[in-house]
Design a protein around this ligand. Structure first.
Ligand SMILES: Nc1ncnc2c1ncn2[C@@H]1O[C@H](COP(=O)(O)OP(=O)(O)OP(=O)(O)O)[C@@H](O)[C@H]1O
Ligand SMILES: [Mg+2]
Length: 283
């Protein structure tokens, strides 16, 4: 069921060229780490979720973040965003240690990232347009007319029809909700977007289209993308690098080839399992 139709691999599809450019970008020695996590420890009460975790995310890359369910992928994402407290370690974003920032500089950093949460992607009481305008109203001071124009631009950018603007989340399909949530994540023209399982719950064609959208936006907007995903197709087709979380730290990282060559038992099972083979056979 994770297998996607081969249609996306036909007729000079962008998929293969994404993968090629992806591996080119992954090899750049001058890359700048826009997120640098060192010796991170996070726990809830007695329960340690991660310990001694180091991770770099480089400017302009799409990093796929994998790990067994419940390992702490969402917790790590939320810790970087400052929504979960760490017990130890440092997190630098754009070269700034987040612990050192006062409220104003913190706000300035937050304005440079956008988030698509795993749960509760949109406010159900607001229309798509109003949802997209939430961060705009919080951070930008502009007229209603301009807010409307900007929101419509984002709606178009993510491939939604203009008439989606005045719909409520309950009137949208799962795929449309993901796109609307992506539009909101892009509301402030961020440099980094955090996507927590953006294609989960989508059918294979919808997931493939969403991957293409992310890859296109990454390229045209020069985004850095931190993407938590279970989707093997996404990992193969759009991610420059992959990092795997296990036992509270990064157990393997690198381009897909590095993951395929990893000796770690979980990584091996994940990338060489039955579903993984089905994806490989399509290529
Ligand atoms: N606020 C919290 N308080 C206590 N425990 C929490 C809290 N948030 C998360 N956890 C626990 O932290 C662990 C990691 O959760 P997390 O949601 O990060 O997993 P995940 O890797 O994202 O899983 P999935 O792939 O299913 O989304 C889980 O055991 C979860 O129950
Ligand atoms: Mg999660």
């Amino acid at each position: 069921m994770d297998q996607r139709p081969v249609a996306s691999a036909e007729g000079g599809s962008p998929e293969s060229s994404y993968a090629r450019e992806a591996s080119d970008r992954a090899g750049d020695p001058n890359r700048e780490a826009v997120i640098r996590v060192r010796n991170l420890e996070v726990g809830f009460g007695e329960k340690i979720i991660m310990k001694g975790l180091d991770l770099d995310v480089y400017r302009g890359e799409i990093l796929g973040f994998v790990g067994a369910s419940g390992m702490g992928k969402s917790v790590l994402t939320r810790t970087i965003l400052g929504l979960v407290r760490k017990t130890q370690g440092t997190i630098e974003v754009f070269g700034e240690d987040l612990d050192d920032l006062g409220p104003e500089t913190r706000r300035a950093v937050e304005r440079r990232w956008g988030v698509l949460f795993q749960q509760g992607a949109l406010f159900s009481s607001l229309t798509v347009k109003q949802n997209i305008q939430v961060p705009m109203r919080e951070y930008l001071n502009m007229s209603e007319r301009l807010l409307d124009e900007l929101a419509m631009l984002k709606i178009e950018m993510v491939g939604l029809k203009a008439d989606a603007a005045d719909k409520y989340p309950s009137d949208l399909s799962g795929g449309m909700i993901k796109r609307a949530a992506l539009a909101r994540a892009l509301a402030l023209d961020p440099e980094i977007v955090f996507l927590d399982e953006p294609t989960s719950g989508l059918d294979p064609i919808g997931a493939g289209e969403f991957d293409d959208l992310i890859a296109t936006l990454q390229k045209t907007l020069g985004l850095t993308v931190f993407m938590v995903t279970h989707d093997l197709d996404s990992l193969h087709s759009v991610c420059d690098r992959i990092a795997a979380l296990g036992e509270g730290r990064i157990i393997a990282q690198g381009p897909i080839e590095a993951m395929l060559a990893s000796d770690n038992a979980w990584v091996k099972a994940y990338f060489h399992g039955k579903r993984a083979r089905a994806v490989m056979d399509e290529r």
